[in-house]
Structure formats: structure tokens, C-alpha cells
Design a protein around this ligand. Structure first.
Ligand code: ADP
Length: 365
């Protein structure tokens, strides 16, 4: 056993490693403001996201590590904080300077629950304490206003739109600005023009995650959009049937084409739980999403069952993670959001920081 001092505590904490980042929490710089008062220890544990899937485990592991290495420890007070790691991207910094990460939620075809997943993921991240925005880039079928139960015109300040806000998420949708029937006849350039405006002409402020709900499919419009938005990564939503999975693969090909990493696959409508007796019915083949993820070499973020209340709450404008946070399906979605946040941290921590390009003007010796 080691005597109680800062060095021995840090030595003990270096035994705790982040399961996603595969490095110890001391070398990752998570341990901050370490103080010792008599026998009592206090420190902050600054994680890379408030949506860390193993937050609570860290507390247990840190305390265990300290007590097994350091002698005569009194109270251990660990204060969890977070600072979301930003995706370094020159284009993003120019268009969305305060936004740390941008995510596309995509699907190979319509009706698989892409918007439902996008909304519930955005609200989940906000419920964990992240600063979150959501762009309804599905200009041809904007369903975000309905799913959030918000409508009205965004205010304008200094020629910029102020996003509406609901459940802690800043929201922008074409549905707030024009009659959705009008947008249906828009051609590709107008649709991508609208999404461009939703980036540059909206006061997003500082955000940890800005989620884009893309139009379903993998055609020209989607391809243009994923080239237009400086993306940290994408999430592909699929259902377990063979056809839907084939579509998910097309999604992956599309993102590969533009070098946007796929952060994971979410399988929606995986199985049905009877509202009366709780019986689980695998309506489609089960496990297809995770098999596809393995086959394609991308993470599987989790599955969401068919639950009548997911639809009812969505139609009411109150996403299930907010309306019924204790429901097992809501808990499942919260976990998926945390897995997603972990994937973003993994990417950003692993990516080497880009050197700042300095343009030197004038005489140089
Ligand atoms: P997409 O964006 O892929 O077109 P939506 O998110 O609009 O799909 O979902 C289509 C319909 O399915 C909506 O009525 C939605 O409430 C419903 N839905 C989506 N996911 C689920 C689910 N897991 N359980 C029950 N209903 C769902």
C-alpha cells in the first residue's frame, strides 16, 4: 500500500481505463482539481461527453482503485463533469463555428422510423446534459415540428433565424417557414440550399451535437446533402427485414463515397412487445441489424422494439424518452444515444488534431 498523497492517488487512478477509448483516465486528462483534506479526497472526473455509457461504473472503479492502492483513505468525493470533444473540420468551423459535432441520421428508405429515432436521440442527449440542436433536413416530408409538438415562425435577429426550442433541443425545420406542400415540388438545389441556410443563417450558438434528420433514401439529393453538411459522422436506421438491410448497405456505400464515417447502425422495429401480456414477437427476422453491422464493419448501437406508445407519443409531440422516461423502450433509446456519443468521442480522441495553417505575410527573415 502507498501513503496518501496526490502522486499515489494518481497512480491508483491510472489503473482505471476508459473501455471505449482504451486508455487510462489519468493519461486521458479526465482527473481534475484533485484535493486532499486530512484523509478525505475529492476530484472532478471530466468525461468526453455527458452521455457517457459507463459514468456510474467509473465512480465505483475509481473508488475501488484508490482504496486498494492508497493507505488510510477517508471519504472519496468524485464530481462528474464533461467537456464534449469537438470534431476538427475546417469546413465545419467556417459554417458552424460553435458546433462541436454534426451527425446525420439516415435510412435507405422511408417509414423505418428515421425521424422518430433522430428526435429521440436528440432529446436523450439533451436529457443527459448535452447542448443539442436538430435540423429537419427532410425538406420533402418535414415531420420534426409534429414530433416535437412545436410550430410557429422562428424570430429573426440581425438577418439570422433563431431556432425554436423544445425539450432542451434547438430546432429548425422547413415546416416552420413554408407550407410543407410547397417544398414537395422543390428540386435538389433548392432543398440543399435550404439546408445550407439552416446552417449558416441560423443562430445555433454553442452546441455539442447538431443532428440532421436526412430525407430517406440514398439518391442524388441525399448525396448532395451529405456533401454540403460538414459531418462528424452518420447513423443509419434500419428495420430487420432483408430488403431494409440491403438499403442500409446502400446508405453505407453513400457515406463511404463522401468519406463520412458511419458511427453505427440502429435497428428499429426489431420486435413487438404485446401491450397486454408483455409477450415478445419477432415479427421480422431477429438480429439482422447487428449481423449487418458486423458484416459492414461498423458499430451496432442497439435495437428499438415496436411499441405502440412510441408512435402515440410521437404523434402527440412528446418523444417517448421525455414522455415516459422509465419505459424500457425509452431506457433502451437512452442507451443507444450514449453508445452513439461514445462512438463520437472515440473518433475525436483518436483523430490527430489538425495543425493550424498559418499564412505568413510580409517580410520573413
Ligand atoms: P421515417 O422518418 O423513417 O419515414 P418515421 O419516424 O416518420 O419514419 O416513423 C414512421 C411511423 O412509424 C410513425 O408513425 C412513427 O410514430 C412510427 N414508429 C417509428 N418507430 C416506431 C417504433 N419503434 N414503434 C412504434 N411505432 C414506431
Amino acid at each position: 500500500m502507498l501513503p496518501l498523497n496526490k502522486e499515489s492517488i494518481l497512480q491508483s487512478l491510472a489503473r482505471v481505463s476508459d473501455p471505449d477509448l482504451h486508455r487510462d483516465i489519468v493519461s486521458l486528462g479526465f482527473v481534475k482539481n484533485l484535493t486532499i483534506a486530512g484523509k478525505d479526497i475529492a476530484f472532478d472526473l471530466q468525461l468526453t461527453t455527458p452521455s457517457c455509457p459507463v459514468r456510474d461504473e467509473f465512480i465505483v472503479q475509481c473508488e475501488r482503485a484508490i482504496r486498494s492502492v492508497v493507505e488510510g483513505v477517508g471519504k472519496v468525493d468524485i464530481h462528474m463533469t464533461s467537456s464534449v470533444v469537438a470534431h476538427v473540420n475546417v469546413q465545419k468551423e467556417a459554417i458552424l463555428p460553435g458546433v462541436k459535432n454534426t451527425l446525420a441520421v439516415a435510412s435507405g428508405k422511408g417509414g423505418v422510423g428515421k425521424s422518430t429515432v433522430a428526435v429521440n436521440l436528440a432529446v436523450s442527449l439533451a436529457m443527459d446534459g448535452a447542448k443539442v440542436g436538430l435540423v429537419d433536413a427532410d425538406v420533402y416530408g418535414p415531420s420534426i415540428p409534429l414530433m416535437f409538438g412545436v410550430n410557429g415562425r422562428p424570430k429573426v435577429s440581425n438577418n439570422k433565424l433563431i431556432p425554436l426550442e423544445q425539450y432542451g433541443v434547438k430546432i429548425m425545420s422547413i415546416g416552420f417557414l413554408v407550407d410543407p406542400m410547397q417544398a414537395v415540388i422543390w428540386r435538389g438545389p433548392m432543398a440543399s440550399g435550404a439546408v445550407k441556410q439552416f446552417m449558416g443563417d441560423v443562430v445555433w450558438g454553442d452546441l455539442d451535437y447538431l443532428v440532421f434528420d436526412l430525407p430517406p433514401g440514398t439518391g442524388d439529393i441525399q448525396l448532395t446533402l451529405v456533401q454540403t453538411i460538414p459531418l462528424t459522422g452518420a447513423v443509419i436506421v434500419t428495420t430487420p427485414q432483408d430488403v431494409a438491410l440491403a438499403d442500409a448497405k446502400k446508405g453505407l456505400v453513400m457515406f463511404n463515397k463522401v468519406n463520412v464515417p458511419v458511427l453505427g447502425i440502429v435497428e428499429n422495429m426489431s420486435y413487438y412487445i404485446c401491450g397486454h401480456c408483455g409477450h415478445r414477437e419477432n415479427i421480422f427476422d431477429s438480429g439482422g441489424g447487428s449481423r449487418t453491422a458486423t458484416e459492414l464493419g461498423v458499430p451496432f448501437l442497439g435495437e428499438i422494439p415496436i411499441v405502440t406508445n412510441i408512435r402515440i407519443d410521437g404523434d402527440k409531440g412528446d418523444p417517448i424518452v421525455h414522455a415516459e422516461p422509465e419505459a424500457p423502450s425509452a431506457q433502451g433509446i437512452r442507451k443507444i444515444a450514449r453508445n452513439l456519443a461514445a462512438q463520437i468521442s472515440i473518433r475525436n480522441v483518436a483523430a490527430p488534431a489538425m495543425p493550424k495553417v498559418e499564412i505568413l505575410i510580409g517580410n520573413q527573415s
